[in-house]
Ligand binder design. Structure first.
Ligand code: SF4
Length: 182
């Protein structure tokens, strides 16, 4: 396997783990969007997708072009997206169901958690390890192949540990958590 394929495969593995983490957290669907809808007269909201974040990278590296090509092969180019009743400048945002990219998001999109969500993670779940800039930077380095195997293993385990904390064996979240409805 070429190094670039290996790096993209690792990136997509981390994306799958982060998607499981965000699903277990549930903040956006359970707390953010229901809070935002009344403010917009119950019309669709863009949430945190207020720019074309799929195009934002910190590094000048061909790995980001490979990710873009793989994304567009699966989901189409930005120009090919249907844009009816759009509420976000991002072409991949669907006003009915949010981001159309189930996979192959950019590191900026994938790692993002807003301040309120990070506060909820800390306050309600005792998770203090989620650092948006750090996660996005780690994802970039995984994609460019600049993470060592040891760093990759530590990052992977940190995501799994946070997810385990959100999904204890009882299946119930801590009392009073709005994100999980406990
Ligand atoms: S690509 Fe998806 S997550 Fe990123 S800004 Fe657009 S809709 Fe939001």
């Amino acid at each position: 396997m070429a190094a670039s394929d290996h790096d993209l495969k690792r990136y997509l593995e981390m994306e799958a783990l982060l998607n499981a983490f965000f699903a277990a957290f549930g903040y956006c669907a359970a707390t953010c969007i229901p809070d935002e809808l009344p403010k917009s007269g119950n019309r669709s909201v863009a949430g945190c997708c207020t720019q074309r974040y799929y195009a934002r990278y910190d590094l000048d590296h061909p790995a980001f072009e490979r990710l873009r090509q793989a994304r567009e092969a699966l989901y189409g180019t930005p120009a090919e997206q249907v844009r009816d009743h759009s509420v976000s400048p991002c072409e991949y945002h669907d006003p009915r169901r949010g981001c159309r990219l189930a996979t192959h998001k950019s590191p900026t999109c994938l790692g993002f958690l807003c301040r309120e969500a990070i506060d909820c993670l800390r306050r309600e779940h005792g998770i203090h390890a989620y650092d948006y800039a750090g996660v996005s930077g780690a994802l970039e380095w995984i994609l460019t192949g600049d993470f060592t195997d040891g760093q990759y293993g530590e990052f992977r385990e940190a995501i799994l540990a946070m997810t385990r904390r959100l999904t204890p064996s009882t299946g119930a979240g801590p009392p009073g958590c709005r994100a999980c409805g406990g």
